[in-house]
Design a protein around this ligand. Structure first.
Ligand SMILES: Cc1ncc(COP(=O)(O)O)c(C=O)c1O
Length: 492
């Protein structure tokens, strides 16, 4: 892949210096105090540099899309729909695009009513609109630990109190969820929604089992709780049987006409077609949908008609299922390349997940190596440090590695370089702690943590009795995130 084409960060703006910030300090809204930069946005600027191998970002490989098809579809839109493409569109999205969304969801075995769909500017906007619609400062969101790093700044900006539940190889343990809900209920707190990425989770790469999906829907129904099901990767499965969406499970529980009344579903064209289109969608119960629509009116009026018409032309004229199959084959191979490189260069010094699909592997390093420091010394290789996936700064020894967006040789070289830097870091820590580090080329096989629940746990244990729960520090409070140094915060 041509690295110079990757990413959207312009990397042009430098950070404001202290005296510049002081001038504006009194003007900023209180909510900005909780705002953090997305680790991915920071990464985007870095990955623009042609000398950097990026295993960061959530980038699919857009160089796989045939240029002649892109040119043909764009000219078609330009020639046949000039006025529509250049005009505002309806806030809920164009009917021709919603038809494509219904087809994609059908492919995942989920039937939806087009009237319950809203087209959004990427799936990211769904997270933002759901928070805008449901979250007052201090409201509780229950999320997985680790969680999608791109949701962290959104939850922070809305001043949510995020309770994270540690996952194992089958995703979020629902008995842990239930005891967390009981504890919250005893405190008189009811979460506004449960946020989950059931398929090939970003960043952990694990998938929620069928039994847990069924139980999660039951729990949501028993307690009348909304679930935000974030599913960008469901169609990118490389092995194993596809599992039903939470939306479809809830819809069958409701039993009338196939519409869920508790699950808000988030989908996107970003990973199955292109993130540059900036098109995603939500399927939601009507009253919620109406509020999302109002929120979107205030945010951007409508998503781009140019790209909505592009999607419609693509679905009409091209083999979209065939393209996804090509992506599956490519990403499956790259996943395997990364897994064998990890075995070779991290073996005996780390554990990692073995995802059945999606874009990411989550690796956790032994020996107290901090991946934020590692990133600073990682010889031109970018990855997302694990802290970005926790609200409270845990995850310091973990890292998210994207295997889908880079060619095989970059994956091998990237992992080799990180492995080498890791050796140096562990060596330094060993010297400081007075214990010799594991040899960098240790032949001991790394354990496959996808089989082992406990090993998905974060590196630093939280307070006793709260081992599975992390709370977002309150705005202006003295929580762990507030106590972190400025240097640490830079990596979010
Ligand atoms: C879990 C998850 N949700 C939402 C998004 C947002 O994607 P987009 O806004 O490109 O649709 C991503 C992107 O990486 C993601 O991984």
């Amino acid at each position: 892949m041509n690295r110079s084409t990757k990413g959207t960060g312009d990397g042009r703006r430098s950070r404001p210096v202290a005296h510049e910030l002081a001038r504006y300090e009194g003007l900023f809204a209180a909510r900005t105090r909780g705002m953090k930069s997305s680790a991915m946005r920071e990464m985007m600027a870095l990955t623009e540099r042609p000398d950097v191998i990026s295993l960061a970002g959530g980038l699919p490989d857009t160089s796989t899309f045939p240029p002649e098809l892109y040119a043909k579809l764009m000219s078609q839109v330009a020639a046949e729909s000039t006025a529509r493409a250049l005009q505002y569109g309806p806030t809920e999205g164009m009917a021709v695009t919603v038809e494509c969304i219904v087809e994609v969801m059908e492919e995942e075995g989920t039937t939806v009513d087009p009237a319950e769909v809203i087209v959004t500017t990427g799936g990211q906007q769904v997270i933002d609109l759901v928070c805008k619609t449901l979250i007052d400062p201090g409201d509780v969101i229950v999320a997985e630990a680790p969680t999608y790093p791109g949701a962290v700044p959104t939850f922070s900006a809305y001043q949510a109190d995020v309770v994270q539940i540690e996952m194992d190889s089958d995703g979020m343990p629902i008995d842990e969820l239930e005891s967390t809900l009981d504890r919250l209920a005893a405190e008189g707190r009811r979460p506004k929604f449960i946020y989950t990425i059931p398929n090939f989770q970003n960043p952990a790469g694990v998938t929620m089992s069928l039994a847990r999906r069924r139980r999660l829907v039951e729990v949501a129904r028993e307690r009348e709780l909304l679930v935000l099901e974030d599913n960008p990767y469901g169609l990118l499965r490389y092995e194993g049987e596809p599992l039903p969406t939470l939306y479809s499970l809830d819809a069958s529980a409701v039993g009338r006409g196939g519409a869920s009344d508790l699950v808000i579903y988030l989908g996107t064209f970003s990973k199955i077609l292109s993130p540059g289109l900036r098109l995603g969608w939500a399927v939601a119960p009507r009253p919620v949908l109406e509020k999302l629509n109002l929120g979107k009116q205030g945010a951007d009026l409508c998503s781009s008609p140019v790209t909505q018409l592009f999607v419609s032309a693509y679905f009409k004229d091209a083999d979209w299922r065939g393209y996804i199959e090509r992506l599956r084959q490519l990403y499956r191979r790259r996943r395997d390349v990364m897994l064998s490189s990890l075995e070779e260069h991290f073996g005996g010094r780390a554990t990692w997940t073995k995802p059945q699909g999606g874009l990411f592997i989550w690796a956790t390093l032994d020996g107290g190596v901090d991946t934020t420091d590692l990133l600073a010394h990682s010889e031109g290789v970018a990855f997302v440090p694990g802290r970005a996936a926790y609200m409270d700064g845990r995850g310091a020894s973990s890292m998210r590695l994207n295997f889908a967006g880079s060619p095989d040789e970059d994956i091998r070289e990237g992992i080799r370089r990180i492995g080498r830097t890791m050796g140096g870091q562990a060596g330094l820590i060993g010297v400081l702690m007075g214990s010799p580090p594991a040899p960098p080329d240790s032949s001991a096989a790394a354990k496959d943590v996808s089989e082992t629940a406990a090993e998905q746990a974060p590196d630093e244990a939280p307070a006793p009795g709260m081992a599975d729960v992390v709370e977002l520090p309150r705005r202006g409070g003295q929580g762990p995130a507030d106590r972190r140094s400025a240097g640490e915060r830079q990596d979010r």
